[in-house]
Design a protein around this ligand. Structure first.
Ligand SMILES: Cc1cc2nc3c(=O)[nH]c(=O)nc-3n(C[C@H](O)[C@H](O)[C@H](O)COP(=O)(O)OP(=O)(O)OC[C@H]3O[C@@H](n4cnc5c(N)ncnc54)[C@H](O)[C@@H]3O)c2cc1C
Length: 498
């Protein structure tokens, strides 16, 4: 019997391991689709209840999809090796098919243990590359080439087929959902729903000439990013969609534009499409960096930063930041929105992390770990690498400290976003809402109703702390204090951080 092992590759469409296992069913045995709820991974500090709920919604749909094809999904609780042992005793395994993952240490160790078990039991482990990430001494393929190869590939879709003869019967009953250990935290009321249907809706609704044309203008403000961005990151992070499907959707919009637009309009559309694809290129680059530097999950990319912020860790400041009570309205609005919805746009993420690690001097790892549980789209490779860049602990020379006041004035000038998430300030006018000398001590009936006290005064002076952080980082990187503004904005802009 072959296993089709579902991890962060929760899809059947454009799933090479699924198709290859089906194809090999005559020579290597029928196929058992398997998802393992691993208590050790569920207890990791970067896993939270919202992730678990999202996965469980996705598995419920996946299970229906498999049934429609004539198969059944086995969900089991236990550590991977013991689950594989149990299956192997009931029905000997010949091959395990899955996707190769670029992921955090706990998963990496789990994969290594599974590989070792396979070697001991003469089971073949077939791991298929995804996201174009090279491993070991493979050379990464340039993005342009990867993109053109991806759009030429036909995407296999099993929908409508009868594959019942190729699926294996369940070796034992699927687990009771109520027995799965609960991850920490609470679910989020405003988060995205799991499942292929939700992802499919985005694929069919976001990718049109109108949305792609206005994408660059809408992604920076929290008031327009909500539907100006694709919101595909969570579905990509769990492999519910593949990057190839997205590339093909973009290519489809280009083809429509080519047939319907004037030459200048079409030129503009191409620019906007390139702008969107650039982000998927960064994603791939970050994953590749993480593949080669997995230690950035727990240590700084530049070792001289290890322990520096930790030595001055201030629990009070961490609490104020993580609960949205710093007294800086844009920061508090961002964290409160994130805590309820599990998503904020990239600019807000960078502003939050910059404020935490520069102005509050909080340790990068502590900040990254907290946000990993808050971001529904937590993708270890992207997440940890960007944290190192924003907090200045990577080898990128350019250093940006985001001024939260300027960010607020540029991207929420009328304060709609702040008023929505910081009800203490909802009665202030547009000018007052950005003035911290007016916001300190404010309260409103709306805030009283939800048990919020008067709005706090800023926990730090943003300008002074930014200057000090820049100077300290410069000294740690170069061995002497900051002579003034460092680096250019260009590199940060290229990496999508402005
Ligand atoms: C501190 C910090 C932490 C982040 N952590 C994550 C994370 O855990 N998971 C994650 O997917 N993204 C992360 N990002 C990148 C980015 O913020 C999100 O990918 C984006 O906001 C997701 O929304 P979207 O799908 O609507 O993106 P869109 O704007 O629609 O972009 C399309 C896709 O491109 C990719 N993308 C977009 N911006 C970036 C970027 N700057 N870097 C890399 N890839 C990008 C994503 O896969 C995204 O789905 C982080 C950014 C910062 C500053």
């Amino acid at each position: 019997m072959q296993i089709f092992w579902l991890k962060r590759n929760l899809r059947l469409r454009d799933s090479e391991p699924f198709f290859l296992s089906m194809k090999a069913s005559r020579s290597h045995g029928r196929v058992l689709p398997l998802y393992i709820h691993e208590p050790g991974l569920i207890a990791q500090p970067d896993v939270s209840r919202q992730h678990q709920m999202f996965i469980s919604e996705t598995l419920a749909e996946l299970s229906e999809e498999l049934e429609a094809l004539g198969g059944q999904l086995l969900q089991a609780i236990g550590e991977t090796v013991s689950v594989l042992e149990r299956i192997h005793r009931c029905s000997p395994i010949t091959r395990i098919w899955t996707h190769r993952e670029t992921t955090q240490n706990a998963q990496y160790q789990r994969d290594s243990a599974a590989r070792a078990w396979c070697r001991e039991n003469a089971v073949e482990m077939m791991e298929v590359e995804q996201n174009g990430v090279a491993r070991g001494n493979q050379a990464p393929c340039p993005f342009a080439e990867y993109f053109s190869r991806s759009i030429q590939m036909s995407l296999k879709d099993p929908t409508g087929a009868d594959l019942s003869q190729r699926f294996a019967p369940l070796p034992f009953a699927t687990c009771n959902i109520n027995d799965i250990p609960l991850a920490m935290g609470a679910d989020k009321p405003g988060r995205q729903r799991g499942g292929r249907r939700a992802a499919q809706n985005i694929l069919s609704q976001f990718f049109n000439v109108r949305n792609l044309s206005r994408y660059p203008a809408r992604i920076s403000s929290p008031n327009t990013a909500w539907d100006g961005c694709s919101r595909l990151s969570t579905y990509l992070a769990y492999g519910i969609v593949s990057d190839r499907e997205i590339f093909q959707a973009v290519d489809g919009v280009i083809s429509v534009g080519h047939s319907n637009l004037t030459a200048p309009e079409f030129g503009r559309l191409q620019d906007r499409a390139r702008f969107f694809l650039e982000r998927l290129n960064w994603r791939r680059q970050y994953l590749q960096v993480f593949e080669s530097h997995p230690h950035v999950e727990t240590r700084c990319m530049l070792p001289q930063f290890d322990g520096v912020r930790e030595a001055e860790f201030d629990e009070g400041l961490f609490q104020a930041w993580s609960t949205g009570l710093t007294g800086i309205p844009f920061i508090d609005a961002a964290i409160r929105c994130l805590r309820e919805c599990g998503w904020i746009n990239m600019r807000l993420r960078a502003t939050l992390v910059s404020f935490a690690t520069m102005n509050l001097w909080l340790p990068t790892r502590r900040v990254a770990q907290f946000l990993a549980t808050e971001f529904l789209d937590y993708e270890p490779g992207v997440h940890h690498v960007i944290h190192q860049i924003v907090s200045g602990t990577s080898d990128f020379q350019a250093l940006m400290v985001y001024d939260p006041m300027k960010q607020a004035l540029d991207h929420d000038p009328q304060g709609q976003f702040i008023r929505r998430w910081v009800p203490e300030l909802c009665e202030l006018n547009d000018g007052e809402i950005h003035d911290v000398s007016r916001t300190a001590g404010c309260h409103s009936q709306k805030a009283d109703d939800v048990g919020l006290g008067p709005y706090p005064a800023p926990v730090v002076d943003c300008k002074l702390t930014a200057k000090s952080a820049k100077s300290r980082i410069h000294a740690l990187k170069n061995g002497f204090p900051d002579p003034g503004p460092v680096g250019t904005e260009t590199h940060s802009r290229q990496m999508g951080l402005l």
